[in-house]
Design a binder for this molecule. Structure first.
Ligand SMILES: Nc1ncnc2c1ncn2[C@@H]1O[C@H](COP(=O)(O)OP(=O)(O)OP(=O)(O)O)[C@@H](O)[C@H]1O
Ligand SMILES: [Mg+2]
Length: 235
């Protein structure tokens, strides 16, 4: 059974009399421990799709099951629970809170779980260490470089040990060297901790860190490509 299974998913937005059809029948399955990249032109529906996969948004029609649970049947409360315990998000613009230092930003998702402060500190330290930022834990976002902020965002996404990481252009704001460091972190989380990863990217090199690349075009899956070991060995 796939971990994520989308069948004939559509999403349309209605603004007054104007209906915009953004996703037009997406069929996509992702297995546990898979690493999938989504590519496609601007406006093709990548973020819309990722938001549905992450239960931040609901489809207009179609079915989505996540670890065997049919998402459209779940209440908003249950959906929030799943988001909080099951999924780690990395947003393109980081979404860090500027008044909090790196450590406190990483601890945030754990607060919603009602965890003791001591355990929160410990897990946040471990997550910051995993992205190579233990020495920056008392810096606020304004005192960190773009790549460091992105790594704090990744630490926050992984701190609760989610089964799935969803990342919308995790390297979009970074130079290629820093981007490759981020991909090395993803690869390690995927291979050593068995995390399932779905990432959106515009960068071909970044996409090929995945096992599979799914190309979206105008709200539909236009093509899928399996990335072979040969391609990976080029790095
Ligand atoms: N709330 C909304 N109302 C109307 N149209 C929307 C809404 N949200 C998104 N869209 C439209 O859906 C299309 C797809 O948006 P989406 O953000 O998924 O694109 P994307 O593939 O992530 O693009 P990019 O690479 O630029 O981030 C866009 O044309 C956008 O204008
Ligand atoms: Mg987008």
């Amino acid at each position: 059974m796939p971990l994520l299974e989308l069948k004939e998913i559509t999403r349309q937005f209605k603004n007054g009399n104007v209906v915009t059809k953004v996703l037009k029948g997406i069929n996509l399955s992702v297995d546990e421990q898979e690493f999938v990249s989504i590519m496609g032109p601007s406006g093709s529906g990548k973020s819309t799709l990722l938001n549905i996969i992450g239960c931040l948004d609901r489809p207009s029609s179609g079915t989505y099951s996540l670890a065997g649970e049919q998402v459209e049947k779940l209440s908003d409360g249950k959906l929030a629970d799943i988001r909080n315990n099951f999924i780690g998000f990395v947003f393109q613009s980081f979404h860090l809170l500027h008044d909090l230092d790196a450590q406190a930003n990483v601890e945030l998702p754990l607060i919603y779980r009602g965890m003791s402060a001591r355990l929160r500190h410990k897990l946040a330290e471990t997550a910051l260490d995993a992205v190579g930022l233990a020495h920056r834990r008392h810096h606020r976002p304004s005192q960190l470089s773009g790549g460091e902020q992105q790594r704090v965002a990744i630490a926050r996404a992984i701190v609760g040990e989610p089964k799935v990481i969803l990342a919308d252009e995790p390297t979009g704001a970074l130079d290629s060297r820093t981007g490759e460091n981020i991909m090395a972190i993803f690869q390690k989380l995927n291979q050593e901790q068995g995390m399932t990863i779905v990432q959106v990217t515009h960068d071909k090199v970044v996409s090929e860190y995945g096992h599979r690349v799914v190309y979206l075009k105008d709200g539909e899956i236009a093509q899928e490509e399996i990335i072979g070991e040969e391609a990976k060995n080029l790095w």
